[in-house]
Design a protein around this ligand. Structure first.
Ligand SMILES: NC(=O)c1ccc[n+]([C@@H]2O[C@H](COP(=O)([O-])OP(=O)(O)OC[C@H]3O[C@@H](n4cnc5c(N)ncnc54)[C@H](OP(=O)(O)O)[C@@H]3O)[C@@H](O)[C@H]2O)c1
Length: 324
């Protein structure tokens, strides 16, 4: 561990900040912390160093919604030239009532996956992940369909109705919140995290054999800025009530610890989605068995849709060979 290097996205608040702090405490030699603007993430890195008394934080500008920003971040990582052992793709957000599209026309809660894909593929292409690298991306329990008020889209049915059965086109339409998608914030979020779980399964089949990737739901941790887009009733009434109910919420540190726990999982469980036990939002994590996470057609359609939307496919360098 002493020689390990981690990169954490979305560290300017919440779980990314907590995870970066814990990685330093655990003995990581360098923790590359990212934020949308260099000034802000420099402040974050200084605050982390002051709090942990560890001088291991390297700030990196990364706006996942802007392909040029991801390219610049990759160029900087190539310049640094050190292989990353733990890639923590944490950045994300919970959408609000108003539908927000990025400049590239992607629904904003779906968009971080596109930037995370571009970053991950860029690092693989540049051979900047260590041979035993672990990749963790933030998932969320609403993707299961068993969290009250959250449901996900049945992609096969949506594809049959609007896209002549083409699931890749259907998933692209969901990511773009296209003409046949009725925007419902909770569904957009559940769909975004479900597509992440599928992307993880598809990426696991393409990774070099010693590497592994997992989707990890941090669980309910309302004391972050994730709630920023929620309406006043939700923010000031529902969430304070939820916080009073035992088992319905946990601290950001407890939530972020799940990411670190997964960084030590083996390649045998690569490609899986880890979350609280079914119908729960806190507690120990386990691999999710719900059949919809394991639908291979949807996993591959999600991969193809992400490749199409990002314009970035994965061709490994000759020195690396994929799992399957
Ligand atoms: N907290 C929970 O209860 C909970 C539950 C399940 C899953 N999650 C997931 O956990 C992850 C972290 O959330 P959090 O609770 O820590 O929320 P948070 O406090 O809002 O932190 C999110 C971080 O991600 C960054 N970010 C968001 N979109 C980005 C983009 N397009 N490009 C670059 N950076 C971006 C934010 O930067 P800015 O401040 O600049 O926007 C911030 O640093 C998210 O993926 C979220 O979906 C959280």
């Amino acid at each position: 561990m002493e020689h390990s290097i981690a990169l954490v996205t979305g560290t300017t608040s919440g779980l990314g900040y907590a995870a970066a702090s814990m990685l330093a405490t655990k003995g990581y030699r360098q923790v590359i912390v990212t934020g949308r603007s260099l000034a802000r993430v420099q402040e974050t890195a200084a605050q982390l160093a002051a709090e942990t008394k560890a001088h291991v934080f390297t700030p990196l500008e990364l706006e996942l919604d802007a392909p040029t920003s991801v390219e610049s971040a990759l160029a900087e990582l190539v310049r640094i030239g050190r292989k990353i052992n733990f890639l923590l793709l944490n950045a994300g957000w919970i959408p609000g009532k108003k539908r927000v599209l990025t400049a590239a026309g992607i629904e904003a809660s779906q968009a971080p996956l596109i930037g995370h894909h571009q970053l991950t593929v860029g690092l693989l292409r540049a051979n900047l992940l260590s041979p035993d690298a672990r990749i963790v991306i933030a998932g969320a329990e609403p993707a299961r369909g068993d969290v009250p008020m959250f449901s996900y889209t049945d992609v096969a049915a949506f594809a049959a109705k609007h896209h002549q059965g083409d699931r890749t086109a259907a998933i692209e339409a969901l990511m773009r919140s296209g003409p046949n998608v009725k925007y419902v914030p909770n569904r957009a979020y559940a769909d975004a995290k479900l597509i992440i779980a599928w992307w993880v399964a598809a990426l696991a089949r393409r990774l070099p054999s010693g590497m592994a990737v997992y989707a990890v739901a941090p669980g309910s941790a309302p004391d972050t800025k994730a709630v920023r887009n929620l309406g006043p009733a939700m923010k000031w009434l529902m969430i304070p009530i939820v916080k009073l109910i035992p088992g319905m919420s946990q601290t950001p540190e407890t939530a972020a610890r799940r990411y670190l726990q997964a960084s030590e999982f083996g390649t045998d469980v690569s490609g899986q989605f880890f979350a609280s036990a079914p119908k729960k939002l806190t507690g120990p994590i386990e691999a999710m068995r719900h059949p919809h996470f394991h639908d291979r057609a949807n996993q591959e359609a999600a991969w193809q849709a992400v490749v199409k939307v990002s314009g970035v496919g994965l061709v490994l360098p000759a020195s690396l060979s994929a799992v399957s």
